[in-house]
Design a protein around this ligand. Structure first.
Ligand SMILES: O=C(O)[C@@H](O)[C@H](O)[C@H](O)CO
Ligand SMILES: [Mg+2]
Length: 407
Protein backbone atom coordinates (compact mmCIF):
# COMPACT_ATOMS: atom_id res chain seq x y z
CA UNK A 1 0.00 0.00 0.00
CA UNK A 2 1.30 3.43 -0.97
CA UNK A 3 0.47 6.11 1.55
CA UNK A 4 0.04 9.72 0.38
CA UNK A 5 2.74 11.81 2.02
CA UNK A 6 2.43 15.16 0.28
CA UNK A 7 0.76 17.22 -2.45
CA UNK A 8 2.60 19.92 -4.34
CA UNK A 9 1.50 22.45 -6.98
CA UNK A 10 3.94 23.42 -9.71
CA UNK A 11 3.08 26.63 -11.59
CA UNK A 12 4.68 26.80 -15.01
CA UNK A 13 4.35 27.84 -18.71
CA UNK A 14 5.70 31.11 -20.10
CA UNK A 15 2.90 33.07 -18.41
CA UNK A 16 2.64 30.86 -15.32
CA UNK A 17 -0.92 29.74 -16.05
CA UNK A 18 -0.34 25.98 -15.87
CA UNK A 19 -0.69 24.24 -12.51
CA UNK A 20 0.66 20.71 -12.32
CA UNK A 21 -0.20 18.76 -9.17
CA UNK A 22 2.26 16.22 -7.86
CA UNK A 23 1.04 13.66 -5.32
CA UNK A 24 3.90 12.01 -3.41
CA UNK A 25 3.82 8.65 -1.57
CA UNK A 26 5.88 6.84 1.01
CA UNK A 27 7.04 4.31 -1.60
CA UNK A 28 10.46 4.95 -3.02
CA UNK A 29 10.18 7.24 -6.07
CA UNK A 30 6.44 6.65 -6.47
CA UNK A 31 4.43 9.78 -7.28
CA UNK A 32 1.76 10.86 -9.75
CA UNK A 33 1.04 14.07 -11.64
CA UNK A 34 -2.19 15.74 -12.71
CA UNK A 35 -3.47 18.96 -14.28
CA UNK A 36 -5.22 21.63 -12.21
CA UNK A 37 -4.71 24.57 -14.53
CA UNK A 38 -7.08 27.51 -14.50
CA UNK A 39 -5.93 30.28 -16.76
CA UNK A 40 -7.87 33.05 -15.09
CA UNK A 41 -7.65 32.15 -11.42
CA UNK A 42 -4.70 29.79 -10.89
CA UNK A 43 -3.85 30.67 -7.29
CA UNK A 44 -7.42 30.05 -6.12
CA UNK A 45 -7.10 26.43 -7.31
CA UNK A 46 -3.69 26.12 -5.62
CA UNK A 47 -5.26 27.39 -2.38
CA UNK A 48 -8.02 24.76 -2.57
CA UNK A 49 -5.49 21.99 -3.18
CA UNK A 50 -3.11 23.06 -0.43
CA UNK A 51 -5.58 24.09 2.26
CA UNK A 52 -8.75 22.05 1.67
CA UNK A 53 -7.78 18.87 -0.21
CA UNK A 54 -4.22 18.00 0.78
CA UNK A 55 -5.05 17.78 4.52
CA UNK A 56 -7.87 15.28 3.91
CA UNK A 57 -5.85 12.97 1.64
CA UNK A 58 -2.38 13.02 3.24
CA UNK A 59 -1.88 9.80 5.19
CA UNK A 60 -4.51 7.97 3.16
CA UNK A 61 -3.99 4.93 0.92
CA UNK A 62 -3.39 6.29 -2.61
CA UNK A 63 -5.11 3.30 -4.19
CA UNK A 64 -8.60 4.25 -2.94
CA UNK A 65 -9.33 6.68 -5.76
CA UNK A 66 -13.10 6.46 -5.62
CA UNK A 67 -13.29 7.13 -1.89
CA UNK A 68 -10.64 9.85 -2.07
CA UNK A 69 -12.61 11.56 -4.86
CA UNK A 70 -15.77 11.62 -2.76
CA UNK A 71 -13.84 12.72 0.31
CA UNK A 72 -12.42 15.66 -1.66
CA UNK A 73 -15.76 16.51 -3.24
CA UNK A 74 -17.60 16.63 0.08
CA UNK A 75 -15.00 17.97 2.51
CA UNK A 76 -15.76 21.59 1.65
CA UNK A 77 -19.55 20.94 1.89
CA UNK A 78 -20.30 23.37 -0.99
CA UNK A 79 -19.49 21.64 -4.26
CA UNK A 80 -19.81 21.38 -8.07
CA UNK A 81 -18.08 24.68 -8.79
CA UNK A 82 -15.40 25.27 -11.42
CA UNK A 83 -12.45 25.81 -9.09
CA UNK A 84 -13.14 22.91 -6.70
CA UNK A 85 -13.70 20.48 -9.57
CA UNK A 86 -10.41 21.61 -11.17
CA UNK A 87 -8.54 21.05 -7.91
CA UNK A 88 -10.09 17.59 -7.50
CA UNK A 89 -9.42 16.85 -11.18
CA UNK A 90 -5.69 17.51 -10.78
CA UNK A 91 -5.32 15.24 -7.75
CA UNK A 92 -7.52 12.57 -9.32
CA UNK A 93 -5.28 12.35 -12.41
CA UNK A 94 -2.24 12.03 -10.17
CA UNK A 95 -3.91 9.15 -8.28
CA UNK A 96 -4.60 7.31 -11.56
CA UNK A 97 -0.99 7.94 -12.56
CA UNK A 98 0.15 6.36 -9.27
CA UNK A 99 -2.20 3.40 -9.72
CA UNK A 100 -0.85 2.83 -13.22
CA UNK A 101 2.73 2.92 -11.99
CA UNK A 102 1.90 0.47 -9.19
CA UNK A 103 0.19 -1.88 -11.65
CA UNK A 104 2.92 -1.32 -14.25
CA UNK A 105 0.20 -0.50 -16.81
CA UNK A 106 -0.81 2.58 -18.81
CA UNK A 107 -3.95 4.24 -17.42
CA UNK A 108 -6.01 3.27 -20.49
CA UNK A 109 -5.37 -0.36 -19.58
CA UNK A 110 -6.79 0.22 -16.10
CA UNK A 111 -9.86 1.81 -17.70
CA UNK A 112 -10.68 -1.32 -19.69
CA UNK A 113 -7.97 -1.47 -22.33
CA UNK A 114 -7.77 -0.09 -25.84
CA UNK A 115 -10.93 0.31 -27.90
CA UNK A 116 -8.91 1.69 -30.83
CA UNK A 117 -5.36 1.81 -32.11
CA UNK A 118 -5.03 5.62 -32.06
CA UNK A 119 -7.06 8.70 -31.16
CA UNK A 120 -8.40 10.85 -34.02
CA UNK A 121 -8.01 14.55 -33.38
CA UNK A 122 -9.20 17.70 -35.10
CA UNK A 123 -7.10 20.66 -36.13
CA UNK A 124 -8.05 24.33 -35.87
CA UNK A 125 -8.18 25.89 -39.32
CA UNK A 126 -8.69 29.63 -39.56
CA UNK A 127 -8.25 32.63 -41.79
CA UNK A 128 -9.28 36.26 -42.02
CA UNK A 129 -11.32 35.40 -45.12
CA UNK A 130 -12.50 32.28 -46.92
CA UNK A 131 -9.46 32.16 -49.23
CA UNK A 132 -7.08 32.09 -46.26
CA UNK A 133 -9.27 29.58 -44.43
CA UNK A 134 -9.40 27.30 -47.48
CA UNK A 135 -5.62 27.26 -47.65
CA UNK A 136 -5.43 26.37 -43.98
CA UNK A 137 -7.99 23.55 -44.36
CA UNK A 138 -5.89 22.17 -47.26
CA UNK A 139 -2.87 22.10 -44.98
CA UNK A 140 -4.73 20.03 -42.34
CA UNK A 141 -6.17 17.65 -44.92
CA UNK A 142 -2.70 17.08 -46.38
CA UNK A 143 -1.32 16.44 -42.90
CA UNK A 144 -3.86 13.62 -42.52
CA UNK A 145 -6.58 15.09 -40.30
CA UNK A 146 -9.99 13.48 -40.64
CA UNK A 147 -11.86 16.35 -38.96
CA UNK A 148 -11.09 20.07 -39.22
CA UNK A 149 -12.56 22.99 -37.26
CA UNK A 150 -13.26 25.96 -39.55
CA UNK A 151 -13.28 29.50 -38.13
CA UNK A 152 -13.12 32.93 -39.74
CA UNK A 153 -10.45 34.41 -37.50
CA UNK A 154 -11.10 34.41 -33.76
CA UNK A 155 -14.29 33.34 -31.98
CA UNK A 156 -17.23 35.28 -33.43
CA UNK A 157 -15.22 35.78 -36.62
CA UNK A 158 -17.57 36.56 -39.51
CA UNK A 159 -19.73 38.55 -37.09
CA UNK A 160 -17.45 41.49 -36.40
CA UNK A 161 -18.31 44.80 -38.02
CA UNK A 162 -16.15 47.90 -38.28
CA UNK A 163 -16.56 51.55 -39.26
CA UNK A 164 -19.81 52.87 -40.70
CA UNK A 165 -21.10 49.33 -41.30
CA UNK A 166 -21.12 48.78 -37.53
CA UNK A 167 -23.28 51.83 -36.70
CA UNK A 168 -21.46 52.38 -33.41
CA UNK A 169 -22.88 55.25 -31.27
CA UNK A 170 -20.62 58.29 -31.02
CA UNK A 171 -20.25 57.87 -27.26
CA UNK A 172 -19.35 54.18 -27.66
CA UNK A 173 -17.30 52.24 -25.07
CA UNK A 174 -15.79 50.20 -27.86
CA UNK A 175 -15.07 52.06 -31.05
CA UNK A 176 -13.31 49.56 -33.29
CA UNK A 177 -14.80 46.16 -34.05
CA UNK A 178 -18.12 45.01 -32.59
CA UNK A 179 -20.02 41.72 -32.71
CA UNK A 180 -23.25 41.53 -34.71
CA UNK A 181 -25.09 38.22 -34.55
CA UNK A 182 -27.00 38.84 -37.79
CA UNK A 183 -23.74 39.39 -39.66
CA UNK A 184 -22.46 36.14 -38.11
CA UNK A 185 -25.63 34.29 -39.09
CA UNK A 186 -25.09 35.39 -42.69
CA UNK A 187 -21.33 34.70 -42.80
CA UNK A 188 -21.03 31.17 -41.38
CA UNK A 189 -23.42 29.30 -43.73
CA UNK A 190 -21.71 31.11 -46.64
CA UNK A 191 -18.36 29.91 -45.30
CA UNK A 192 -19.54 26.28 -45.21
CA UNK A 193 -21.13 26.60 -48.63
CA UNK A 194 -17.76 27.53 -50.10
CA UNK A 195 -15.86 24.92 -48.07
CA UNK A 196 -18.20 22.17 -49.30
CA UNK A 197 -17.78 23.37 -52.89
CA UNK A 198 -14.00 23.21 -52.51
CA UNK A 199 -13.63 20.05 -50.43
CA UNK A 200 -16.73 18.02 -51.33
CA UNK A 201 -18.35 15.75 -48.77
CA UNK A 202 -15.14 13.95 -47.68
CA UNK A 203 -13.73 16.43 -45.16
CA UNK A 204 -15.54 16.49 -41.82
CA UNK A 205 -15.97 19.97 -40.37
CA UNK A 206 -16.78 21.43 -36.98
CA UNK A 207 -17.35 25.07 -36.03
CA UNK A 208 -17.12 26.73 -32.59
CA UNK A 209 -19.75 29.42 -31.98
CA UNK A 210 -18.34 30.12 -28.50
CA UNK A 211 -21.83 30.92 -27.14
CA UNK A 212 -21.99 34.29 -28.89
CA UNK A 213 -25.61 34.04 -30.08
CA UNK A 214 -29.11 34.70 -28.79
CA UNK A 215 -31.05 31.42 -28.54
CA UNK A 216 -33.29 32.01 -31.56
CA UNK A 217 -30.31 32.99 -33.73
CA UNK A 218 -28.53 29.82 -32.55
CA UNK A 219 -31.52 27.80 -33.76
CA UNK A 220 -31.54 29.63 -37.10
CA UNK A 221 -27.82 28.99 -37.55
CA UNK A 222 -28.23 25.27 -36.79
CA UNK A 223 -31.02 25.04 -39.37
CA UNK A 224 -29.06 26.88 -42.04
CA UNK A 225 -26.01 24.67 -41.47
CA UNK A 226 -27.98 21.44 -41.82
CA UNK A 227 -27.26 20.99 -45.55
CA UNK A 228 -23.50 21.06 -44.91
CA UNK A 229 -23.54 17.99 -42.63
CA UNK A 230 -21.19 19.23 -39.92
CA UNK A 231 -19.37 16.70 -37.72
CA UNK A 232 -20.67 19.05 -35.03
CA UNK A 233 -21.53 22.62 -34.17
CA UNK A 234 -19.87 23.59 -30.89
CA UNK A 235 -21.27 25.67 -28.04
CA UNK A 236 -24.05 27.25 -30.03
CA UNK A 237 -25.62 28.17 -26.65
CA UNK A 238 -24.08 29.12 -23.28
CA UNK A 239 -24.60 27.00 -20.11
CA UNK A 240 -27.15 29.57 -18.96
CA UNK A 241 -29.42 28.62 -21.90
CA UNK A 242 -29.18 24.82 -22.00
CA UNK A 243 -32.97 24.75 -21.64
CA UNK A 244 -33.17 25.82 -25.30
CA UNK A 245 -31.56 22.60 -26.59
CA UNK A 246 -34.97 20.90 -26.59
CA UNK A 247 -36.39 23.42 -29.04
CA UNK A 248 -33.14 23.40 -31.01
CA UNK A 249 -33.25 19.61 -31.41
CA UNK A 250 -36.83 19.71 -32.68
CA UNK A 251 -35.87 22.27 -35.31
CA UNK A 252 -32.53 21.03 -36.61
CA UNK A 253 -30.55 17.83 -37.16
CA UNK A 254 -27.19 19.62 -37.06
CA UNK A 255 -24.98 17.61 -34.66
CA UNK A 256 -24.44 19.50 -31.41
CA UNK A 257 -21.39 19.49 -29.10
CA UNK A 258 -21.45 21.34 -25.81
CA UNK A 259 -19.84 21.34 -22.40
CA UNK A 260 -16.39 22.92 -22.24
CA UNK A 261 -17.79 25.23 -19.54
CA UNK A 262 -19.69 22.50 -17.67
CA UNK A 263 -18.52 21.62 -14.15
CA UNK A 264 -21.73 20.37 -12.52
CA UNK A 265 -23.44 17.07 -13.44
CA UNK A 266 -26.77 18.92 -13.51
CA UNK A 267 -25.54 20.72 -16.62
CA UNK A 268 -25.07 17.64 -18.81
CA UNK A 269 -27.32 14.96 -17.34
CA UNK A 270 -30.58 16.04 -18.89
CA UNK A 271 -29.03 17.04 -22.22
CA UNK A 272 -27.68 13.50 -22.55
CA UNK A 273 -30.70 11.70 -21.13
CA UNK A 274 -33.12 13.48 -23.44
CA UNK A 275 -30.74 12.88 -26.37
CA UNK A 276 -30.56 16.61 -27.11
CA UNK A 277 -26.84 16.70 -27.92
CA UNK A 278 -24.41 14.46 -29.77
CA UNK A 279 -21.07 15.13 -28.06
CA UNK A 280 -20.14 16.03 -24.47
CA UNK A 281 -17.16 18.31 -24.35
CA UNK A 282 -15.95 18.86 -20.81
CA UNK A 283 -12.32 19.64 -20.07
CA UNK A 284 -11.22 16.53 -18.16
CA UNK A 285 -9.59 18.47 -15.31
CA UNK A 286 -12.54 20.85 -14.94
CA UNK A 287 -15.15 18.11 -14.75
CA UNK A 288 -13.31 16.43 -11.84
CA UNK A 289 -10.66 14.34 -13.60
CA UNK A 290 -10.57 10.79 -14.94
CA UNK A 291 -12.89 9.42 -12.23
CA UNK A 292 -15.63 11.90 -13.16
CA UNK A 293 -15.13 11.71 -16.92
CA UNK A 294 -15.13 7.93 -17.20
CA UNK A 295 -18.56 8.01 -15.53
CA UNK A 296 -19.77 10.81 -17.80
CA UNK A 297 -18.61 8.79 -20.80
CA UNK A 298 -20.33 5.63 -19.54
CA UNK A 299 -23.56 7.54 -18.93
CA UNK A 300 -23.37 9.14 -22.39
CA UNK A 301 -22.75 5.75 -24.00
CA UNK A 302 -26.19 4.57 -22.83
CA UNK A 303 -27.79 7.33 -24.88
CA UNK A 304 -25.64 7.18 -28.00
CA UNK A 305 -23.80 10.39 -27.11
CA UNK A 306 -20.07 10.54 -27.84
CA UNK A 307 -17.16 12.43 -26.28
CA UNK A 308 -15.05 15.34 -27.55
CA UNK A 309 -13.02 16.39 -24.50
CA UNK A 310 -11.90 20.02 -24.70
CA UNK A 311 -8.20 20.52 -25.15
CA UNK A 312 -7.50 23.75 -27.05
CA UNK A 313 -5.70 26.94 -26.25
CA UNK A 314 -4.01 27.21 -22.88
CA UNK A 315 -4.43 23.57 -21.78
CA UNK A 316 -1.36 21.80 -20.39
CA UNK A 317 0.20 18.51 -21.58
CA UNK A 318 -0.89 16.55 -18.49
CA UNK A 319 -4.59 17.25 -19.07
CA UNK A 320 -4.05 16.20 -22.68
CA UNK A 321 -2.53 12.88 -21.54
CA UNK A 322 -5.50 12.22 -19.22
CA UNK A 323 -7.96 12.96 -22.05
CA UNK A 324 -6.15 10.71 -24.52
CA UNK A 325 -6.05 7.76 -22.06
CA UNK A 326 -9.82 8.11 -21.71
CA UNK A 327 -10.16 8.38 -25.51
CA UNK A 328 -8.20 5.18 -26.01
CA UNK A 329 -10.40 3.14 -23.72
CA UNK A 330 -13.98 4.40 -23.85
CA UNK A 331 -16.13 2.92 -26.57
CA UNK A 332 -18.16 6.06 -27.32
CA UNK A 333 -15.17 8.24 -28.13
CA UNK A 334 -16.01 10.82 -30.82
CA UNK A 335 -13.03 13.06 -31.48
CA UNK A 336 -10.24 14.73 -29.50
CA UNK A 337 -9.41 18.42 -29.78
CA UNK A 338 -5.77 19.06 -30.59
CA UNK A 339 -3.28 21.23 -28.77
CA UNK A 340 0.10 22.69 -29.67
CA UNK A 341 3.12 22.85 -27.41
CA UNK A 342 6.39 24.67 -27.93
CA UNK A 343 9.64 22.67 -28.16
CA UNK A 344 10.80 23.81 -24.72
CA UNK A 345 7.42 22.80 -23.26
CA UNK A 346 7.74 19.36 -24.83
CA UNK A 347 11.15 18.98 -23.19
CA UNK A 348 9.79 19.94 -19.78
CA UNK A 349 7.11 17.20 -20.10
CA UNK A 350 8.90 13.98 -21.13
CA UNK A 351 6.46 11.40 -22.51
CA UNK A 352 4.08 14.05 -23.87
CA UNK A 353 1.33 12.68 -26.14
CA UNK A 354 2.60 12.30 -29.67
CA UNK A 355 0.69 13.38 -32.79
CA UNK A 356 1.34 11.86 -36.17
CA UNK A 357 -0.94 13.07 -38.97
CA UNK A 358 -4.47 13.38 -37.64
CA UNK A 359 -3.96 10.94 -34.75
CA UNK A 360 -2.70 11.06 -31.19
CA UNK A 361 -0.76 8.20 -29.62
CA UNK A 362 -0.23 7.19 -26.00
CA UNK A 363 3.09 5.63 -25.10
CA UNK A 364 3.18 2.37 -23.20
CA UNK A 365 4.83 3.69 -20.05
CA UNK A 366 2.95 2.96 -16.83
CA UNK A 367 0.46 5.51 -15.54
CA UNK A 368 -0.24 8.57 -17.69
CA UNK A 369 3.13 8.07 -19.38
CA UNK A 370 4.06 11.70 -18.90
CA UNK A 371 6.37 13.32 -16.36
CA UNK A 372 7.41 16.84 -15.44
CA UNK A 373 11.05 17.94 -15.34
CA UNK A 374 10.74 20.48 -12.56
CA UNK A 375 13.96 22.34 -13.40
CA UNK A 376 12.94 22.76 -17.04
CA UNK A 377 9.37 23.66 -16.00
CA UNK A 378 10.79 26.38 -13.76
CA UNK A 379 12.72 27.75 -16.72
CA UNK A 380 9.60 28.09 -18.92
CA UNK A 381 8.40 31.17 -17.06
CA UNK A 382 9.20 34.33 -19.02
CA UNK A 383 10.15 37.80 -17.81
CA UNK A 384 7.28 39.86 -16.52
CA UNK A 385 5.10 36.90 -15.46
CA UNK A 386 4.63 35.68 -11.93
CA UNK A 387 4.30 32.17 -10.57
CA UNK A 388 2.00 33.25 -7.78
CA UNK A 389 -0.33 35.53 -9.70
CA UNK A 390 -1.93 35.87 -13.08
CA UNK A 391 -3.32 38.99 -14.66
CA UNK A 392 -5.00 38.30 -17.95
CA UNK A 393 -8.80 38.30 -17.79
CA UNK A 394 -10.80 36.55 -20.49
CA UNK A 395 -11.16 39.02 -23.40
CA UNK A 396 -14.81 40.01 -23.80
CA UNK A 397 -16.47 40.99 -27.06
CA UNK A 398 -19.13 43.70 -27.16
CA UNK A 399 -22.01 44.66 -29.41
CA UNK A 400 -22.25 48.07 -31.12
CA UNK A 401 -24.09 49.61 -28.16
CA UNK A 402 -21.47 48.28 -25.75
CA UNK A 403 -23.35 45.26 -24.36
CA UNK A 404 -21.07 42.35 -23.45
CA UNK A 405 -21.40 39.20 -25.56
CA UNK A 406 -21.26 36.01 -23.45
CA UNK A 407 -18.04 34.11 -24.08
O1 LIG B 1 -13.02 24.93 -28.20
C1 LIG B 1 -12.02 25.62 -27.98
O2 LIG B 1 -10.88 25.23 -28.27
C2 LIG B 1 -12.17 26.96 -27.33
O3 LIG B 1 -13.49 27.19 -27.03
C3 LIG B 1 -11.28 27.07 -26.13
O4 LIG B 1 -11.46 25.91 -25.41
C4 LIG B 1 -11.61 28.21 -25.21
O5 LIG B 1 -11.39 29.40 -25.87
C5 LIG B 1 -10.81 28.14 -23.92
O6 LIG B 1 -9.44 28.01 -24.18
MG1 LIG C 1 -14.80 25.75 -27.74
Amino acid sequence: MAKITGVKCIRTRRDGCWTIVKVMTDQDGLYGIGSASDMYNPEAVVQIIEQLLAPVIIGRDASQIEDLWNTMNLSGYWRNGALLQTAIGGIDMALWDIKGKEANMPVYQLLGGASRSAVACYGHAGGRDIAELTEDVHRFVQEGYTVVRAQLGGYGGGGFLKGSEARIPDNAWKKDSVFDEHAYLAAIPKMFDQLRMTFGPEVQFTHDVHEHLSPIIAIQLSKRLEPYGLFYLEDVLPPEHIGWYRQLRQQSATAQAVGELFVNPQEWQQLVQERLIDFVRMRVSKAGGITACRKIAAFAEMYGVRTAWQEGGENDPVNQAAAVHLDMSIWNFGIQEINHFRPQEREAFPGIIERRGGYLYTNDKPGLGIDIDEALAEGLLEEGWSKTAYHRPYPLDRKADGTIVRP
